[in-house]
Ligand binder design. Structure first.
Ligand code: CTP
Length: 415
């Protein structure tokens, strides 16, 4: 079948992106090299899904092609000379240009040994047939679909299929990618792939903490990560990643609610806090260690989530002054607070946290440290204490205007 995607490409991609791709195909042909669109963009074009990450592979020299294109147009690429690749950016679109290569793995989980190769070899080193499709960009054959491994049929049949039996052993992150695509696209794992995945679960041990963390963040970046987590739980992927991890039925409700409620907090962090909320301290430590999380934002979110879980700061009662709620929560990360506002079994905790998130967290004083110093306050620790006192007064409605605040500040400075 000689399917041609030229019309689809010109309809679905913005004209400047289309022109760049077309121009690249022409420029490559001048030096007798063939250029292809590959991977996710081809899959997404066929599925009618948007895709702003575009990969082009050349049977030849990517940097040379980038230089030729750059000399003929105002679109200047970013060159990654060490990797022999180039990136063009057009609006939200990122177009990567690389050289076709063949890969072999010396041992499971190793970085591959790479040699330059042709498009067939380049497609063969990929994870799934649906990601191993290419489109020829050569003038005269522009738009022709290249399908060596049956990806077109698998898209038709909604199947995620590996290209060969050693695929998950070569790169076990593909186990995590498999469920990500399956759930994102509403596909199924093809039966042999499913069986191979089960056989190779222990290969996840070969993956470094950094790579594992990256894949989990990709899970959490999907539209409905709870579906991926559920499936990963069913297939034994979660427990193989780390003994602490298991599907928590609570996530079926809390993830969608988190999506609806997340105001400002980045969803990935919120989802991560939801994962941690299901664990105890020891399980959390084991997981963080496995993911190579040591310090930084994720450490903080995890620590805060568990601190609030085991010691909700005396917030499980009514009648607290808003400033007391503020004082108890202001040092916690927002994601940890939001998760407890969603999951705590105590109505009072939920109410107090919600008040903090909806109102108190954004309260500000009219005056700042500089203002206090202009009012005669010497520099020092007391400036911070007075500002905190002013904020508490404002949060409790004791002062409403700037003049009120100045009066109180004067009293505190002199007192
Ligand atoms: N790839 C692979 N094995 C991996 C990672 C990537 O074979 N472990 C290949 C796949 O062919 C994939 C391409 O590299 O299509 C680009 O990877 P990535 O950007 O992660 O995936 P996309 O297909 O662009 O999909 P997504 O929509 O998830 O970004």
């Amino acid at each position: 079948m000689n399917e041609n995607l030229a019309d689809l490409i010109s309809q679905k991609l913005p004209q400047p992106v289309f022109r760049l791709i077309q121009g690249a195909g022409r420029a490559a042909a001048v030096s007798s090299q063939d250029l292809y669109l590959v991977g996710g963009v081809v899959r997404d074009l066929l599925l009618g899904r948007p895709s702003s990450d575009i990969d082009m592979m050349i049977e030849g020299n990517a940097l040379q092609l980038a230089a030729t294109m750059s000399s003929k147009s105002d679109k200047k690429p970013i060159l990654h000379k060490r990797f022999g690749t180039a990136t063009f950016k057009i609006g939200d679109y990122r177009i990567d240009l690389a050289t076709c290569r063949s890969e072999s793995y010396t041992y499971p989980g190793a970085l591959p040994t790479v040699k330059s190769g042709n498009i067939k070899q380049d497609l063969f080193r990929r994870d799934f047939t649906i990601n191993a499709l290419a489109v020829c960009l050569k003038p005269g054959r522009f738009g022709r679909l290249i399908d060596y491994y049956g990806g077109r049929q698998d898209i038709e049949n909604k199947l995620v299929r590996i290209l060969h039996a050693k695929s998950f052993q070569d790169d076990a992150t593909r186990i995590m990618r498999a469920v990500r695509y399956e759930q994102r696209l509403g596909f199924k794992l093809e039966p042999v792939t499913l069986k191979t995945l089960g056989r190779d679960l222990n290969m996840l041990d070969t993956i470094s903490g950094d790579r594992l963390r990256h894949e989990i963040i990709l899970w959490l970046g999907e539209a409905q990560p709870e579906k991926i987590l559920k499936r990963a739980g069913q297939l034994g992927i979660l427990s193989s990643l780390n003994t602490s991890l298991a599907w928590d039925p609570l996530w079926k409700k809390t993830f969608p609610t988190a999506r609806k409620l997340s105001k400002g907090t980045q969803l990935t962090q919120l989802y991560f806090a939801l994962l941690i909320y299901s664990l105890d301290k020891k399980q959390c430590d084991t997981l963080l260690k496995r993911l190579g999380v040591d310090g930084g934002e994720f450490s903080e979110i995890a620590a805060d989530t568990l601190k609030l879980k085991y010691n909700p700061e005396g917030l499980d009662k009514s009648g607290l002054k808003p400033s007391e709620i503020y004082a108890r929560l202001s040092r916690y990360s927002k994601a940890a607070i939001q998760v407890h506002a969603l999951c705590s079994s105590s109505l009072h905790v939920r109410r107090n946290l919600k008040l903090f998130l909806d109102k108190l967290a954004t309260e500000k004083t009219y005056l700042n440290g500089k203002d206090l110093m202009q009012m005669g306050m010497p520099e020092g620790r007391k400036v911070g204490l007075i500002l905190a006192r002013l904020l508490a007064a404002r949060i409790d409605g004791e002062v409403r205007t700037r003049a009120d605040e100045m009066r109180l500040a004067r009293k505190l400075i002199n007192g």
